[in-house]
Design a protein around this ligand. Structure first.
Ligand code: HEC
Ligand code: HEC
Ligand code: HEC
Ligand code: HEC
Length: 147
């Protein structure tokens, strides 16, 4: 029984095409190399510290919201609500010349957050309930940068 199930899992893994790969993601440190102010501001928020909630490696079900990547179905890149959890997997658009061309960056996977509706939709993917007693505010700053 035991061996049969291992064989079935192996066969499944061999025939199932990868829908997404870790190579699609660059990670918050790579984004922060060009956006140091946003990186520093984000690091001071609970989004950057979700790992601290879990005494051991958290289940994939939790990482759908407490992580960055495609949990529970696909790869998990980091146990944090990283840049790409809101801005989209960035390996394709995270280049200087591409990012200066907004329509091109959007076509390569940058998420549009420019309207209140688009922004609220991204937050709603994880924030379905209020935070404590306060109603959830999708306009709350997530990495405030001083001018
Ligand atoms: C090699 C440098 C570089 C890297 C790496 C990079 N960016 Fe950028 N990014 C830029 C430049 C340049 C701009 C355009 C700035 C401007 O026009 O003022 C930009 C613009 C942006 C914008 C604003 C887009 C808009 O038009 O509203 C966002 C959001 C952004 N980057 C997020 C990210 C994220 C998330 C990552 C990591 C996946 C990333 N960037 C990686 C250089 C980079
Ligand atoms: C649908 C998205 C989502 C999933 C799935 C999810 N969380 Fe959360 N979790 C959140 C959000 C958003 C917050 C912060 C806002 C709040 O407190 O409601 C949070 C806060 C927390 C907190 C701190 C606040 C508190 O209520 O104590 C803990 C601990 C936590 N989650 C554990 C877990 C664990 C363990 C799992 C997996 C079994 C999990 N979460 C799955 C979205 C999620
Ligand atoms: C919780 C979601 C979220 C996370 C996490 C996040 N951002 Fe953002 N980011 C936004 C929103 C929303 C905007 C505002 C978009 C707008 O108004 O056009 C924004 C705007 C930006 C901009 C445009 C300039 C600015 O400051 O408004 C850059 C650059 C950027 N983010 C980079 C990053 C980087 C780098 C990280 C990771 C270190 C990151 N973001 C993490 C949601 C997020
Ligand atoms: C990938 C899932 C995800 C997305 C997308 C997301 N969040 Fe969160 N957010 C979380 C989790 C998980 C926490 C709890 C982190 C912790 O405390 O461990 C959290 C915490 C917060 C907190 C701090 C709550 C407190 O303790 O006071 C704020 C504010 C917040 N999010 C705002 C936003 C906004 C605004 C957006 C959209 C622009 C957004 N989030 C998008 C998952 C997400």
């Amino acid at each position: 029984m035991f061996r049969l199930s291992i064989l079935l899992m192996l066969a499944y893994a061999l025939v199932t095409p990868a829908t997404a790969s870790k190579r699609d993601w660059s990670g918050s440190a790579a984004c922060g190399a060009c956006h140091p102010a946003q990186l520093a501001a984000w690091q001071a928020t609970p989004h950057a510290r979700t790992r601290a909630r879990f005494p051991t490696a958290p289940p994939k079900a939790c990482l759908a919201c407490h992580g960055t990547g495609e949990a529970p179905a696909g790869p998990v890149i980091a146990v944090e609500v990283g840049c790409e959890a809101c801005h989209g997997a960035g390996a394709a658009y995270g280049e200087d010349d591409l990012m200066r061309d907004r329509p091109l960056a959007l076509a390569l996977g940058l998420t549009d957050l420019s309207t209140p509706k688009a922004r609220a939709a991204v937050c709603a993917g994880c924030h379905a309930r209020p935070i404590g007693a306060k109603p959830f505010d999708a306009t709350a700053p997530v990495h405030p940068v001083n001018p």
